[in-house]
Design a protein around this ligand. Structure first.
Ligand SMILES: Nc1nc2c(c(=O)[nH]1)N[C@H]1C(S)=C(S)[C@@H](COP(=O)(O)O)O[C@H]1N2
Ligand SMILES: [Mo]
Length: 257
């Protein structure tokens, strides 16, 4: 299929419009007006005032970072949501199933030790629950983008992906599910590859507790809490928009802040 006829170009455009539409939702407006003051204006407003042709592109790009905090801003831990976290689970035999890799090598399985051996990072970010509260927590894990460099997603051409480029050739989504498939999240590839998206095994300097998603959870602070799936069992790169637990209950599929 020629590039010009590629329906994905159209759907990328509708992705941008979906994002713009999402900005108009009440949740986004509330988020906008609760941002901390920074340089005299709430920072998204300040950003909007810096009018330039790249504004919309930048807003939805991987370069748009959410604030990170220092340890004095940490708030008490809070637990919410236990879908897919049934008792019938043994973290000691857990492995992460990964599928949709660029090398076409069927699914692989990774141990926590293998993930922890990768270069990892820490960040203190705010998690916004769609119910209207938020918490500031410290996370440790591997950046999704670093994971994806080591375990690259499929491409349409079959060539190795260029994760720093425009992603036109890369499959569009990541599907994440709990081992029992009781909770599942779909992520668009630009959000997955955002530098603040982490696969985490530590929260507030402690190994993840079971109720927070041991042994591995997603932390994606550019999205509402619902996308921050706990206890990841499988990770699949795919060009089909994945099922998403809360989207099926009527919430916005992208659930971006
Ligand atoms: N497996 C699973 N992950 C989940 C949920 C869930 O019900 N099941 N709830 C989500 C919601 S709505 C929120 S706000 C966060 C809360 O994370 P915490 O309990 O670690 O604070 O987890 C998210 N991840
Ligand atoms: Mo939530």
């Amino acid at each position: 299929m020629s590039r010009r006829a590629d329906p994905r170009i159209l759907s990328r455009r509708s992705f941008v419009w979906a994002g713009i539409a999402a900005l108009g939702t009440w949740g986004s407006l509330r988020w906008l007006f609760t941002r901390r003051l920074d340089g005299g204006a709430q920072w998204p407003v300040r950003r909007a005032l810096e009018v330039n042709e790249g504004f919309w592109g930048d807003l939805f790009s991987r370069k748009h970072k959410v604030p990170e905090y220092t340890a004095d801003k940490l708030t008490p831990e809070r637990e919410n949501g236990d879908e897919g976290l049934g008792d019938d689970f043994d973290p000691t035999t857990w492995k992460l199933k990964v599928d949709g890799l660029s090398n076409q090598d069927g699914p692989i399985e990774l141990t926590l030790a293998e993930l922890q051996a990768m270069p990892h990072t820490e960040m203190i970010t705010e998690l916004f629950c769609i119910e209207g509260w938020s918490i500031v927590q410290k996370w440790k894990g591997v950046r999704f983008v670093d994971f994806a460099r080591k375990y690259p997603p499929m491409t349409l051409s079959g060539d190795p992906p260029d994760l720093d480029g425009d992603l036109e050739d890369v499959v569009r989504y990541v599907s994440l599910k709990t081992p029992d498939e009781g909770y599942y999240v779909g992520l668009d590839m630009p959000s997955a590859l955002h530098e603040q998206t982490l696969l985490c095994w530590e929260m507030n300097d402690k190994p993840l507790a079971m109720e927070h998603g041991a042994p591995l959870r997603l932390v994606v602070p550019t999205k509402y809490g619902i996308k921050n799936i706990k206890r990841i069992g499988s990770l699949t790169y795919t060009d089909q928009r994945p099922r998403d637990f809360w989207a099926e209950q009527g919430y916005d599929w992208f659930a971006g802040l």
